[in-house]
Design a protein around this ligand. Structure first.
Ligand code: GMT
Length: 377
């Protein structure tokens, strides 16, 4: 099949899922075309099956805001026509689903019936999409996509609760290529470079936005640090980073917290991790937690959104109420109290990820594309 993928090419989860999906589809023999404003950060190869088309913006003094949707839909029309794409799969509704709808209408005038699959990822529904500024357009583009998917049951419920949805919504959980994490494990994991043998390693990875509650990561670690020797790895960057660095200083734990910035070597960094912290305010799925679990890390998270679908309480880690840093710290201590308990949680976490393996989820997307094309023929 010839498939276009539209996503944010950054470190955010929706871009990661879209990129991993595109690479897996190309690996499976499909022709995949990424249509984005930059090369996606996780795109680690370009093959004869994998293509990248940059969305170019034209500056003009009249524009206070650049009309990105126009540039994107124009580029989609060009790429679909030039390469004979059959499907465009957009990740994150804003503005991608809207731009895809416009492209579909423009192509219809040229006698081309392009099918649009929209995958909703989270904040495009919960924090941003349902805001009155965007709600009407988001609702319209969801209802006018050929297929709509959400990355968790919880996000489907949120979508139905927040919008007037007339379209069917399929739940397709996010996935990971588990083997990638095997390879990282097989390499010599140089744990000693970051922590002493007796120290436990806690990790947080995100885009450091307020929704991630970075201060709770640090407060949880500060409580844990009072009882045991440990290091905290902070991976990522974003608006809350300077607040986080200041809080670390204020709490007197500067020597035990390492800020590593953005990294595309996530599997390699996670191979050090004992416990992954994700105390988010809301999380439609929590891909970062799943990646950590694949690398054999236990997960301490909040119990919001789709997190209970990923992190099994008392098995792969623990779930706490939002903001309950005492509970989160106690849960960390329960897990790391001895090597045998820690090992059990780590093994459970790894085992649990198998149901989210790429090999299980990829055929589900392929079936959706195939059924859309059967409707055309
Ligand atoms: O919140 C992020 O880290 C980025 C955001 C995105 O759209 O890039 O993530 C959302 O999509 C991810 C992939 O489906 C999910 O794993 C995240 O839970 C979701 N974030 C939120 O719902 C806050």
């Amino acid at each position: 099949m010839k498939i276009g993928i539209v996503c944010y090419p950054t470190f955010g989860g929706s871009g990661v899922v879209a990129t991993e999906l595109g690479m897996a589809l190309a690996d499976n023999g499909h022709e995949v075309h990424f249509i984005t404003y930059n090369l996606p950060v996780r795109l680690d190869f370009i093959s004869h099956n994998l293509h990248f088309h940059e969305v170019m913006m034209e500056e003009y003094p009249l524009f206070q805001y650049q009309p990105y949707e126009l540039a994107l839909s124009t580029r989609m029309v060009e790429v679909v026509q030039k390469h004979g794409l059959e499907i465009v799969h957009v990740h994150y509704a804003i503005p991608h689903a809207y731009a895809a709808y416009m492209a579909k209408q423009m192509l219809k005038e040229k006698g081309i019936d392009i099918k649009v699959v929209t995958t909703l990822h989270g904040t495009d529904i919960t924090l941003v999409g349902s805001h009155p500024t965007y709600k009407t357009a988001v609702e319209f583009s969801i209802n006018n996509s050929d297929v709509v998917t959400t990355v968790s049951k919880s996000l489907k419920e949120d979508t139905l609760r927040l919008f007037n949805i007339t379209n069917d919504i399929k739940v397709i959980h996010n996935f990971i290529d588990i083997e990638k994490y095997d390879k990282a494990h097989a390499k010599d994991c140089q744990r000693i470079a970051l922590a002493k043998p007796e120290e436990r390693i806690l990790t947080h990875i995100s885009n450091f936005r307020p929704v991630k509650r970075i201060d709770d990561v640090i407060k949880t670690f500060a409580i844990v640090r009072k009882s045991i020797a440990a290091k905290l790895l902070m991976v990522g960057d974003g608006p809350e980073r300077s607040m986080a660095e200041q809080l670390v200083k204020d709490l007197g734990i500067k020597n035990d917290v390492i800020f590593l910035g953005n990294s595309s070597e996530v599997a390699e960094l996670l191979c050090y991790t004992d416990v992954f912290l994700l105390p988010s305010e809301t999380e439609s799925f929590g891909l970062a937690a799943l990646e950590a679990m694949a690398a054999e890390a236990a997960v301490i998270s909040t119990n919001t959104g789709g997190l209970p679908e990923v992190n099994e309480h008392g098995v792969t880690g623990y779930l706490s109420n939002i903001g309950d840093v005492e509970d989160m710290a106690n849960n960390v201590l329960k897990i790391v109290k001895d090597d045998a308990t820690l090992l059990q949680f780590k093994q459970n976490a790894r085992e649990h990820t198998k149901q989210f393996s790429l090999n299980n989820i990829l055929p589900v997307y392929e079936e959706i594309y195939e059924s859309l094309l059967e409707k055309v023929n």
